[in-house]
Write a protein that binds this ligand. Structure first.
Ligand SMILES: Nc1nc2c(ncn2[C@@H]2O[C@H](COP(=O)(O)OP(=O)(O)OP(=O)(O)O)[C@@H](O)[C@H]2O)c(=O)[nH]1
Ligand SMILES: [Mg+2]
Length: 195
């Protein structure tokens, strides 16, 4: 994908704040600190378009970015970080669920998983929930650079078993080495085209 333009559009909590227009949208979801914002920056060849942080829970609003004047990326706040105040956590669920279940232009969700972690109840619930609302998804395993090649393959297998999906449905990625960047773009292009 050749990126001719990429810019921040707006942040939203509630639906009236979502951008208007009919451009197709791809949302990025996953645990706090898993690497969602870094994945977006890597795809767009930008270092700092989306704020990343070693402190989990950095992204707390729904952030919209417009790419090539033809589609939007949506960086969702991460779930499952213990230190986010309870008041914030209570806002998270309705904020994300309303967005995912009502957004007409949403073509698919990229669920970002950590190569070093077998998915837990939160991921299972989230996937069931996406299926319930018929929202197409792509599964991306990030931070692959943290493991040797054999261990990557081994962990991908465990993650696939945990999620009851075929290993080929899990795309290995690294924001550091850029491994898998083209594969993720291919998945995104397919989601946009098939919606
Ligand atoms: N080694 C390595 N580090 C990564 C990778 N992706 C992200 N990180 C690091 O992981 C930390 C979290 O990355 P973010 O992209 O901010 O994660 P996030 O999922 O957006 O986090 P929240 O917004 O808090 O939910 C940062 O310190 C990144 O530099 C990767 O592929 N490899
Ligand atoms: Mg983030």
């Amino acid at each position: 994908m050749i990126i001719t333009s990429a810019h921040f559009v707006t942040s939203a909590v509630q639906s009236p704040q979502y951008p208007s227009g009919n451009l197709p949208e791809i949302a990025f979801s996953g645990r706090s600190n898993v690497g969602k914002s870094s994945l977006i920056n890597t795809l767009l060849n930008r270092k700092h378009l989306v704020k990343t942080s070693s402190t989990p829970g950095r992204t707390r609003l729904i952030n919209f970015f417009e790419i090539n004047a033809s589609f939007l990326f949506v960086d969702l706040p991460g779930y499952g970080y213990a230190k986010v105040p309870i008041s914030e956590k209570k806002k998270w669920r309705p904020m994300i669920e309303t967005y995912l279940s009502t957004r007409k232009t949403l073509k698919g969700v990229i669920l970002v998983l950590d190569i070093r972690r077998v998915p837990g109840q939160k991921e299972h619930q989230f996937i069931d929930w996406l299926c319930h609302f018929n929202i197409p998804k792509m599964l991306v395993i990030t931070k692959s650079d943290k493991l040797s090649k054999p261990n990557r393959i081994k962990n991908r297998k465990s993650i696939a078993e945990s999620l009851s999906v075929d290993e080929n449905e899990l795309t290995l990625f690294s924001a550091k080495s850029r491994l898998g960047k083209d594969d993720v773009w291919e998945g995104i292009t397919n989601l946009i085209a098939s919606g």
